[in-house]
Write a protein that binds this ligand. Structure first.
Ligand code: NAD
Length: 354
């Protein structure tokens, strides 16, 4: 056993079906009485659901959350939170809604209750990405770590097939990179393997039958496990590349993660052999990069960055940006190999087996 340090993150987690019914009790448990409900315009009906659970404890709703947490939207929400004298935040939605809640918590210290409706995993992390003038910056601070997470599987039943698949692969990416993280420890390694296993088993079932409740439940459990990994250890080349690609070319977040992951895993395979064999076993595959690519294909996810809007002349820019402030990575970042990785991801070529 390698020496390790581990600090579990404090959060109260409730998991099950119909658990939205515990929302009022969670707000009480935090000692709060005036919740501001947050969601996206597309999910505005969920604000009504939260309000009906909160009753008099609902101070108001702000339904304008957007992808990548634009600061202008946070400022509007902040005005609203102050106007209704909110004493806590209730976010009901995917990573974008959670992002808005975290951005408000950063500025106000208000406690947060998050009800996730995708598999992005942001609710389990002390990480906030925000966009100002098209530029995305990320920070890690305990000020944004949600106090309470209510996982209600029923809220995920409406997540469309394609979003379920890409969002689930986004979660798997957290766990794959956690397995070879510098700070990995035995608890996180177990969670990472179980998260990958749960999602890799559930996502094909959901793609086929989105109403399958047990598969939805397994996928949401996997999302929690993978999100916990992201919150606990540092990420490497894969997350750096997705950050650069999303920020530079405005590519959709979860799709970008799904497409890049097999190629980032192939890049690191020879320098993270044990992690890769644990990931392969969790995927039920011989080889992790090949298994991840096969899973993307089975889920009907686009396989090439060019299919989701990446410009051909963007590869060199992405290489430059990824090399200018690299994250720690098990394999040193080499320009020619990185370019090859991105070219493969751009074209959607299958990674070679080990
Ligand atoms: P999202 O929150 O942007 O949701 C995508 C769309 O799906 C939205 O229109 C939303 O309203 C809709 N939707 C969500 N759940 C639904 C459901 N159950 N049924 C029907 N529609 C639903 O997507 P996401 O992938 O969850 O989040 C992406 C964002 O999260 C990005 O900004 C990313 O940077 C951030 N993120 C942050 C972290 C972190 O730790 N800070 C981790 C992962 C992702």
């Amino acid at each position: 056993m390698r020496p390790f340090h581990y600090s579990p993150l404090p959060a109260h987690v409730i998991f099950g079906f119909g658990t939205v019914a515990t929302l009022g009790d969670e707000v009480d448990r935090l000692g709060c009485a005036r919740a501001l409900v947050l969601t996206t315009p597309e999910q505005a009906k969920l604000a009504d659901l939260a309000e009906s659970q909160l009753g008099a404890k609902c101070a108001g709703a702000f339904t304008q959350a957007q992808m990548h947490t634009p600061v202008e939207i946070t400022e509007q929400a902040l005005v609203h939170a102050r106007a209704v004298d909110a004493d806590c935040l209730v976010a009901i939605g995917g990573g974008s809604t959670t992002g808005l809640s975290k951005a408000l918590a950063l500025r106000t210290d208000l406690p947060q209750v998050i009800l996730p409706t995708t598999y992005a995993g942001s609710e389990a992390t002390p990480i906030l990405g925000e966009t100002t003038g098209g530029e995305k910056t990320t920070q890690r601070t305990f000020k944004v770590l949600p106090e309470s997470i209510i996982y209600d599987v029923d809220l995920t039943m409406t997540l469309p097939r394609r979003l379920s698949a890409v969002s689930g692969m986004n979660a798997i990416a957290h766990a794959v990179e956690a397995l070879y993280a510098k700070e990995v420890n035995p608890v996180i390694a177990l969670l990472a393997q179980d998260g990958i296993r749960a999602l890799a088993t559930a996502l094909p079932v959901i793609t086929d039958k989105p109403d399958e409740r047990e598969a939805r439940s397994d996928a949401l459990y996997g999302a929690w496990a993978c999100g916990t990994c992201l919150g606990a250890v540092g990420m490497a080349l894969h997350h750096k590349l997705c950050h650069v690609l999303g920020g530079s070319f405005n590519l959709p977040h979860a799709e970008t993660h799904a497409i890049v992951l097999p190629h980032a895993a192939a890049y690191n395979r020879s320098s993270a052999r044990q992690a890769m064999s644990l990931a392969a076993a969790a995927l039920g595959a011989e080889d992790a990069p090949v298994g991840l690519f096969a899973l993307n294909r089975a889920l009907g996810i686009p396989l090439a960055l060019k299919e989701i809007g990446m410009p051909a002349d963007g590869i060199d820019k992405a290489v430059e940006l990824a090399m200018s402030s690299p994250y720690w990575n098990p394999r040193p970042i080499e320009k020619a190999s990185l370019r090859e990785l991105l070219q493969n991801a751009y074209e959607g070529r299958a990674p070679a087996a080990a």
